[in-house]
Ligand binder design. Structure first.
Ligand SMILES: NC(=O)c1ccc[n+]([C@@H]2O[C@H](COP(=O)([O-])OP(=O)(O)OC[C@H]3O[C@@H](n4cnc5c(N)ncnc54)[C@H](OP(=O)(O)O)[C@@H]3O)[C@@H](O)[C@H]2O)c1
Ligand SMILES: [Zn+2]
Ligand SMILES: [Zn+2]
Length: 356
């Protein structure tokens, strides 16, 4: 039986070529285990843009209308009778996932992001209402409490929102790679994800080198915690670090020559892809086999690790550097994202949706 529903304001795209525009969507009335959250800020992840434009059609084709947004912070407005961790008035956050089976080996290992019965926050089959899930470009959202995170009270909310995707997606592989003070770490692409990677790798004490295509981001990179900056379009600068990195995180959203970064690794060094460009990357076998380097991937992080990351950010006062925009500027923001023209994350002030 479907639960009862109510209407919520949102911004959606009607097709891969449409602008995002004001709309109304249905949300379920909170069931026993649900938390209803008034959304205060929602970050704009490049994944929102990929999906709105159906650039991942081979893996997860977009169902329209599409309401993106998976970097959500807000205030709890209502809870179901069985909810124990949240009460109205609490700060709360939601990331890329809203449900999983909770019983499979991945869920039991705290890796809900790999659950075969995972539900992503938007553009995924909605088990409650049919159709697909709708994300955070909306005035509110209703989520099972198992997928609702706590936000440390000292963090500024506009900058905390991007932690829910850009934060966990970089924190998780950096932790997994064992980044500490003796390690040399590269970050490729100083966008939303990349700038969080710099903050985390720096916080763990590593020597951090940023590879950027944007010379105008140099000063910012140093301020964020980078020790050195390489402008990747400058061949001489690229040669300087060849064969010297323990770990590189590649957070580039577009097609690029990954071999140029693989060759920066030392023996047994690892490069992890978190960027998810539309087209396949061409990997040279030789850049991996000599000298025994590895290439891997990583997807967000589990719920427990996301809470760990948020608590770490609370303790060290880490948030994303954001440009706060009203929802009415979202299409312009997408255009600028394509030009790498944001320092370093757009965060939508959802109060702006009230006037729609
Ligand atoms: N694995 C996951 O779980 C996960 C989670 C979230 C996002 N993602 C993916 O990660 C990627 C990055 O997301 P984001 O939100 O951080 O995007 P973003 O803010 O647009 O940052 C991407 C950065 O890539 C660099 N770049 C862009 N075009 C480039 C090109 N042609 N050649 C080389 N570098 C280029 C730019 O940095 P510079 O200006 O410094 O060169 C840009 O700022 C996206 O593909 C997104 O879908 C994956
Ligand atoms: Zn994201
Ligand atoms: Zn599972």
């Amino acid at each position: 039986m479907h639960p009862t529903t109510y209407n919520a304001k949102a911004y959606s795209a009607a097709s891969a070529t449409s602008r995002l525009a004001s709309t109304k969507i249905k949300r379920r009335d909170p069931t026993d285990r649900d938390v209803q959250i008034e959304i205060l800020f929602c970050g704009i992840c490049h994944s929102d843009l990929h999906q709105v434009r159906n650039e991942w059609s081979g893996v997860m084709p977009t169902v329209y209308p599409c309401v993106p947004g998976h970097e959500i912070v807000g205030r709890v407005t209502k809870v179901g009778t069985a909810v124990s961790k949240f009460k109205p008035g609490d700060l709360a956050a939601v990331g890329c996932m809203v449900d999983s089976d909770g019983t499979c080996p991945e869920c039991r290992a705290g890796l809900e992001q790999f659950c075969p019965n995972l539900t992503l926050t938007y553009n995924f089959p909605d088990k409650h209402l049919g159709g697909v899930t709708y994300g955070g470009y909306s005035e509110n959202i209703v989520v099972d409490e198992r997928f609702v995170l706590r936000v440390p009270s000292n963090l500024k909310l506009a900058g905390a929102a991007p932690l829910l995707c850009a934060g966990i997606t970089t924190y998780s592989p950096i932790r997994r790679a064992g980044v500490t003070k003796d390690k040399k770490v590269g970050v490729v692409g100083l966008g939303g994800l990349g700038h969080m990677a710099v903050k985390f790798a720096h916080a763990f004490g590593a020597h951090v080198v940023v590879f950027t295509t944007s010379p105008n981001k140099k000063d910012d990179a140093l301020r964020l915690g980078a020790d050195e900056i390489v402008v990747s379009r400058n061949a001489d600068e690229m040669k300087k670090h060849t064969g010297s990195f323990d770990f590189i995180l590649d957070a580039v959203a577009a097609d690029h020559d990954i071999n140029a970064y693989i060759s920066q690794l030392r023996r047994d060094g690892n490069i992890t892809l978190v960027g998810a460009p539309e087209k396949p990357l061409a990997v040279s076998a030789f850049s991996l086999i000599m000298p025994r380097r590895s290439l891997s991937g990583s997807a967000i992080g589990g719920i427990a690790e996301t809470q760990e990351m948020l608590d770490f950010c609370g303790k060290h006062n880490i948030t994303a550097d954001v440009e706060v925009i009203p929802i009415q500027k979202v299409n312009e923001a997408y255009q600028r994202l394509l030009k790498s023209d944001v320092k370093f994350r757009f965060s939508i002030d959802m109060a702006s949706l009230k006037s729609e």
